[in-house]
Design a protein around this ligand. Structure first.
Ligand code: ASP
Length: 233
């Protein structure tokens, strides 16, 4: 099995400097050294990374398109993909990628962590190891998030806890699979197509408005003048 790891940044790839305590991003080699469990899986891994790695609050639609290109360019060469990402906007990236890469017959797994890799209590080793196990699975396909032992469909994930390790929930849809002690139990096999469809661009002029009782109608007009489409929540 061969997996491409796309390392974008975020807490999962951070470690704290022993002297100053400041958080610094790791490169892939150091990340791999920090997770010896990955070596034990016997997976051939290549990596590419954002240079420099970014905090996920700096992710933009351009980055989403870049990630989709990266998957498309390497699609035939690997059995699966792992994208390591900050947790703050991980669910947005998963959703965007789900639309940019449709009908994939290989797993494209996003993961992150709540605590840096060199903390004793880190969740980054478990999440990374689980993500690689899922990326090798022939039962899974398409974009999903692997976090805290749960596998969530890319279009359904939301970060619902900022402190707990179980940071992500699947909204109105069951988890695709769960993981315990490196064993994956798959409940739902996503649909796949013989050949995935890759899309090259996103319309960035889509807005979201949250309607609450008493929302000013002018706000809606203001948004409609500036956007190609509006999602009303
Ligand atoms: N601010 C970080 C990020 O989203 C937090 C994290 O990785 O959990 O990049």
């Amino acid at each position: 099995m061969s997996i491409l790891l796309i390392y974008t940044g975020g807490t999962i790839g951070m470690h704290s400097d022993a002297r100053t305590g400041a958080l610094e991003p790791l490169d892939f080699e150091h990340l791999q050294q920090g997770v010896p469990e990955l070596g034990q899986l016997g997976i051939e891994t290549d990596a590419c990374q954002f240079d420099p790695p970014i905090d996920s609050s700096d992710m933009t639609p351009e980055h989403w398109v870049e990630l989709a290109h990266c998957v498309a360019d390497h699609y035939d060469a690997y059995d699966g993909f792992v994208i390591s990402h900050g947790t703050d906007t991980l669910a947005y990236t998963a959703a965007a990628l789900s639309y940019l890469v449709q009908g994939a017959d290989k797993p494209i797994v996003l993961t992150g962590a709540q605590k840096p890799i060199n903390y004793d209590s880190t969740d980054s080793k478990l999440n990374l190891t689980d993500a690689f196990i899922c990326a090798c699975s022939q039962e899974l396909a398409g974009v999903c998030i692997v976090f805290s032992g749960r596998v969530i469909l890319g279009t359904r994930a939301r970060k619902t806890c900022s402190k707990s390790f179980a940071a992500f929930s699947s909204i109105n849809y069951p988890d695709l699979a769960t993981l315990h002690d490196r064993q994956m139990l798959c409940y739902i096999r996503p649909e796949r197509e013989a050949r995935p469809r890759f899309y090259e661009s996103l319309d960035e002029k889509v807005g979201l408005i949250k309607m609450v009782p008493g929302t000013d109608f002018e706000l809606l007009e203001f948004m409609l003048e500036r956007k190609d489409a509006l999602v009303i929540e």
